[in-house]
Write a protein that binds this ligand. Structure first.
Ligand SMILES: Nc1ncnc2c1ncn2[C@@H]1O[C@H](COP(=O)(O)OP(=O)(O)OP(=O)(O)O)[C@@H](O)[C@H]1O
Length: 201
């Protein structure tokens, strides 16, 4: 289980608290939605759970153990803008190699073409590039996925294709997912349960 326990966070001393005593649990194979008004701290929660930020108070654990502070993080975070999470000088195959071995089935499910592999990130569309980001993140070392507005900028077909592939893969290997989105219909469709940050505050 991925747990954030009594998380409090502020970006700097003397700045307001973004989170106060916020707790969250995500079980393996569970798909949890996180919704709430803009600026309430959804992305901050995602970054805390994936180890990009350290909580000012509280702790993040997987099965009772803290996240590793070096090496590959079993909690992977995918943002809305894949180009910001990729080295622009690397080819797509170099970028995919950063993951810990992506299954052929997942590459097929995501509709990744072999002729994309020798290209650079700027030579793919946003939707194609997001599929590469997903493929890189979903591998045997990943236990949880934080999808922060992962498909918000994509057309409905690409959105459906990506989510179908992600859910199929996550079910097979029992990955837990936190879906952060303003799209309540998407959350209702995908998630086993939803957390409303407005209500939680
Ligand atoms: N690096 C930073 N330094 C200082 N304040 C920040 C930083 N990043 C975010 N914030 C502030 O923290 C608060 C929460 O931001 P966060 O991005 O977590 O909200 P959110 O709920 O994801 O918003 P949205 O729905 O608009 O994406 C906001 O008030 C934001 O201005």
């Amino acid at each position: 289980m991925l747990k954030g326990e009594q998380l409090s966070f502020r970006y700097r001393v003397n700045q307001p608290w973004i989170l106060r005593d916020f707790s969250i649990e995500i079980n393996k194979s569970e798909i949890v939605g996180l919704q709430g008004p803009s600026g309430q701290g959804k992305t901050t929660i995602g970054k805390l759970l994936a180890g990009y930020l350290q909580p000012t108070e509280g702790r993040v654990t997987i099965d009772g153990k803290p996240l590793p502070n070096q090496g590959y993080c079993p909690v992977q975070l995918i943002f809305q803008h894949p180009e910001l999470a990729m080295n622009p000088r690397w080819t797509i195959s170099q970028i995919l190699a950063e993951g810990k071995g992506t299954s052929r089935e997942l590459l097929q499910g995501l509709g990744i073409h072999s002729n994309w592999l020798s290209r650079f990130p700027h030579e793919l569309s946003g939707g194609e590039l997001q599929r590469i980001a997903v493929a890189r993140s979903l591998n045997r070392a990943t236990r949880y996925l934080i999808a922060d507005e992962m498909t918000a900028m994509l057309d409905t077909n690409t959105q459906a294709l990506i989510w179908r592939a992600v859910i199929d893969y996550a079910c097979q290997v029992e990955i837990g997912i936190l879906v952060i989105s303003h799209d309540i219909a998407l959350l209702k469709y995908l998630c086993h349960r939803r957390i409303d940050l407005k209500a939680a505050h």
